[in-house]
Design a protein around this ligand. Structure first.
Ligand SMILES: *Cc1c(COP(=O)(O)O)cnc(C)c1O
Length: 408
């Protein structure tokens, strides 16, 4: 007899984005012919840039030719891409890693979801609150937590590190003992960045507790403030306590192409006599359950990391950041308080007095015809906020903010 997973059964229903889509559909059915302006989902909208697109076209050509065709590549990724990543960290962050520490994947979401599988189910998990939902849900499905607990609006067995106005949306390390800490900076959804000192506090915590930090740096190219680390490895001591996840989605527009990477340094400290056990386990995981990222995507990744590619990515990132600036300015002019939007594509906007996240979401949908993302969908501490996204065509963003200003 087949039984469904007891851990999947622990997951609460209604992933955030399907619920938003349902509400938008319902509104559209009631208001036929009216257009919804979308400043909700964090999906890129601008085309892949020429140099990177050309590299992928050339790869397709070489795959179409008998002499240059290749089949499966290394599960860990093309050597040329892992080398390019190694050089990228060295040149841009002053971080020295071996090419073997890099594992190329089909995106940061898969890696963020799968990384829990190399840790014991006994591990106590800490997440920022609010946070990208994948960290919590993958740990629930992986059996690392208890059940959903209505009374605290969270899962038993997970430590929620509050990020709110009082700490500038940068959580402090937990007071008690935890084993795995998920951090994301620049943060989705709040747009906050962490200073070197703030990250150092987590690294010191990890050393004291033999804990491992899982650092999601998907938005690192959006950082413009000076002195903010782009990689966790810029912080002293992080090399033996942190795993870093990153992606080409938000800087090269690879949301549909699918390409990311995870850094698992060879000597991560954990509760084991085997110094390289986590590196070995992740290698085992990837070579067993994954057959390597798309070779066309990887050719694009190599191009994205060379000088021309980096320039193209920078201009793509500037485009979305300009949108975020337009949103931030308009929202402030409308008299609302907001955060983020400078080192991030997201503007974390405070709901007017007395309105919940879903109230304000519905208000903007009904009055301004603008779709946003309710902050409460990212965790209990997101209540009272909405996330407004800078992903979209500039002219659409301008139209949406005009509508918000006129209808607020
Ligand atoms: C968009 C995003 C990613 C990127 O995911 P991919 O699977 O690489 O597209 C990773 N982490 C966060 C927090 C994100 O918002």
């Amino acid at each position: 007899m087949a039984y469904p997973s007891e851990f999947f059964s622990n997951l609460t229903s209604g992933y955030l984005f399907p619920e938003i889509a349902r509400r938008i559909r319902a509104w559209q059915e009631k208001n036929p012919g009216q257009k919804v302006m979308r400043l909700g989902i964090g999906n890129t909208t601008e085309p892949i840039t020429p140099h990177i697109a050309n590299a992928m076209k050339e790869k397709i050509d070489s795959l179409s030719c008998r002499d240059t065709y290749t089949g499966y590549g290394d599960e860990q990724g093309d050597t040329a891409l892992r080398e390019a990543l190694r050089r990228h960290y060295e040149k841009n962050y002053g971080v020295h890693l071996s090419a073997d520490s890099f594992f190329v994947s089909d995106g940061a979401k898969s890696d963020a979801a799968n990384i829990q599988s190399i840790f014991s189910t006994r591990s106590i998990i800490a997440v920022q609150d609010p946070a990208y939902p994948v960290y919590v849900d993958s740990n629930v499905a992986g059996g690392h937590t208890g059940r959903y607990n209505q009374s605290c609006d969270g899962y038993d067995g997970i430590v929620y590190m509050k990020a709110d106005e009082s700490n500038g949306f940068v959580s402090s390390p937990p007071e008690g003992h935890v084993d795995l800490i998920y951090l994301c900076f620049p943060n989705n959804p709040t747009g906050a960045v962490a200073t070197k000192d703030q990250l150092s506090a987590f690294v010191e915590y990890a050393h004291r507790n033999k804990a491992v930090i899982i650092f999601d740096a998907a938005y690192c190219d959006y950082i413009q403030s000076l002195g903010i680390p782009h990689s966790i490895y810029e912080v002293d001591g992080a090399m033996d306590c942190a795993i870093e996840i990153n992606s080409f989605s938000k800087n090269a527009g690879f949301t549909g192409v699918r390409l990311g990477w995870t850094v698992v340094p060879e000597r991560l400290v954990c509760e084991s006599d085997d110094e390289s056990i986590l590196h070995r386990f992740w290698n085992r995981r990837q070579t067993t359950f994954f057959n390597g990222a798309c070779n066309i995507a990887q050719a694009g990744g190599i191009a994205a990391l060379d000088e021309t590619g980096r320039k193209e990515c920078a201009s793509l990132v500037s485009y979305y950041k300009e949108n975020a600036r337009i949103i931030k300015t308009a929202v402030e002019e409308a008299g609302l308080t907001c955060y983020g939007g400078t080192d991030s594509p997201y503007v974390w906007t405070k709901c007017p007095e007395g309105m919940s996240s879903w109230d304000f979401f519905s208000f903007l949908l009904e009055k301004a015809h603008v779709a946003t993302t309710p902050g409460s969908g990212f965790g209990p501490a997101g209540e009272g906020f909405i996330r407004i996204s800078g992903y979209g065509h500039k002219e659409d963003v301008e139209m949406a903010v005009k509508s918000i200003k006129e209808n607020l």
